[in-house]
Design a binder for this molecule. Structure first.
Ligand SMILES: Nc1ncnc2c1ncn2[C@@H]1O[C@H](COP(=O)(O)OP(=O)(O)OP(=O)(O)O)[C@@H](O)[C@H]1O
Ligand SMILES: [Mg+2]
Length: 282
């Protein structure tokens, strides 16, 4: 049984915008899944449906086989963590530690347990020395980390993140992705994240869903999904930059590659192999 399953869900906003149409998705325990799509494709709407912030007009979302519509909100917020795109929509306490403590305190946990969870979560996101700092004085990247810590403190079974790297500098982007990968690898946390950062996907994510105009266009490993450049362009996305270069070399320069590398590391290996073979032939 999948940990999270959306079965044929559709959602139309009150103004008539059809944000999701017949979307199905399955996430297994321990997976790191990406929802990859251009702006306005339905990523945020889908994440909101997955943690019952909004209720699809058709279809159903289940966690461990149980329809989420039938679960009390308090249970849901504990089992399914959510990190919003904008930290301002999430942070509201005055200090970092108070904010992270809010969820566990609200669950009615004993003080010691709340304290231990706050410490552990802040440590996990590398913010353990900033517990007393005012939320207002944090940098944007630090705010994002506190949002993740707040969700972790609930000990959720699955963490949903809406563009966790948006607005960060290149190093910040990488650090957040490494943090998520670590949480996935070391704690076995199941992760579903929305993103439009195609270059990042093959480095970190096992499986992706491509959304376009509220529908799932394709699902699979990055290798599988990016092997169809036409579909990717149809979704108003592009291949990872390095794959665009290799595709161009194949098409315009007639250079043969066994496969299209998706990361700089893979491209380097392919190119070194090719150059070494040529030199040997000389
Ligand atoms: N509150 C709302 N009321 C009406 N329409 C909405 C609302 N929120 C989103 N939409 C519409 O639903 C569609 C999907 O929007 P959604 O925010 O889910 O896309 P997204 O993939 O998250 O986009 P982005 O990358 O810009 O965050 C869009 O056409 C959008 O205009
Ligand atoms: Mg969005």
């Amino acid at each position: 049984m999948s940990l999270i399953e959306a079965k044929n869900i559709s959602y139309t906003y009150p103004d008539g915008s059809k944000a999701l149409q017949d979307v199905s998705l399955k996430v297994e325990k321990g997976e790191f899944v990406g929802l990859l799509a251009s702006n306005g494709s339905g990523k945020t709407t889908l994440l909101r449906c997955l943690n019952a912030l909004i209720k699809p007009q058709a279809g159903e979302v289940a966690i461990d086989g149980e329809a989420i519509a039938s679960l009390p909100q308090k249970v849901l917020f504990q089992r399914i963590g959510m990190v919003f795109q904008n930290p301002n929509d999430q942070l509201f306490a005055s200090t970092v530690a108070e904010d992270v403590a809010f969820g566990p305190s609200n669950m009615g946990l004993p003080k010691d347990e709340v304290k231990a969870r706050v410490e552990d979560s802040l440590k996990a996101v590398g913010m353990d020395d900033l517990g007393k700092k005012s939320i207002h004085n944090l940098s944007f990247g630090q705010q994002k980390r506190v949002c993740i810590a707040g969700a972790l403190a609930m000990h959720p079974e699955v963490l949903l993140l809406d563009e966790p790297t948006a607005g960060l500098d290149p190093m910040g982007e990488h650090k957040i992705m490494e943090l998520l990968l670590k949480l996935n690898n070391e704690r076995g946390l199941t992760i579903v994240m929305a993103t439009h950062m195609v270059d990042m996907v093959p480095l970190f994510i096992n499986r992706i869903y491509i959304l376009s105009r509220g529908k799932v266009l394709r699902e699979g490993t990055p290798e599988k999904v990016f092997s169809d450049p036409e579909m990717i362009r149809d979704a108003k996305l592009r291949l990872p930059m390095i794959a665009e270069l290799i595709e161009l070399m194949k098409r315009e320069d007639g250079i043969h590659f066994d496969r299209t590398p998706l990361t700089i590391g893979e491209a380097r290996r392919e190119l070194v192999k090719m150059i070494t073979l040529r030199e040997l032939k000389r």
